[in-house]
Design a protein. Structure first.
Length: 136
């Protein structure tokens, strides 16, 4: 999993939540580190990102993610406090938009009940991609 958030505290909180479940988690706090991770070859089953990212925004990053051949099948979830961002994020290719505040227990529950994420914790441990249809 890759977590992209301007807040080191929030990025570390999300990382801790998922690491306790056995996931491998990397974090990025700005545009440049996010682009470096996204352009790299390390597989991520899920990318969790905030709308506010220094140097860019989450919608632009979603567009970048979907433009990268090796990231097109990666699940992308945006977390934002702005209702109006959801439509733009989904149009750019996000699979899901969650509105803040996000309850960590609800986030885990959501992960476990979302069809394209079921079983993903096992896949993430093995560094495999989730294969699911993605609209062109």
């Amino acid at each position: 999993m890759l977590v992209i958030d301007r807040s080191e505290t929030l990025a570390n909180l999300f990382a801790e939540i998922f690491e306790k479940r056995g996931w491998n988690v990397d974090t990025c706090l700005d545009r440049d580190s996010a682009i470096a991770r996204l352009a790299g070859n390390k597989p991520y089953a899920v990318i969790l990102l905030s709308y506010r990212v220094p140097g860019t925004n989450g919608v632009e990053l979603v567009g970048l993610i979907r433009s990268l051949e090796h990231r097109r099948m990666t699940a992308v979830v945006m977390v934002t406090g702005r209702d109006e961002v959801a439509e733009d994020a989904l149009a750019a290719g996000a699979d899901e938009v969650l509105l803040k505040p996000v309850n960590p227990s609800a986030l885990i529950s959501r992960w476990e009940s979302t069809p394209w994420l079921v079983g993903i914790d096992t896949l993430a441990d093995m560094n495999l991609f989730v294969i699911r249809p993605y609209p062109a």
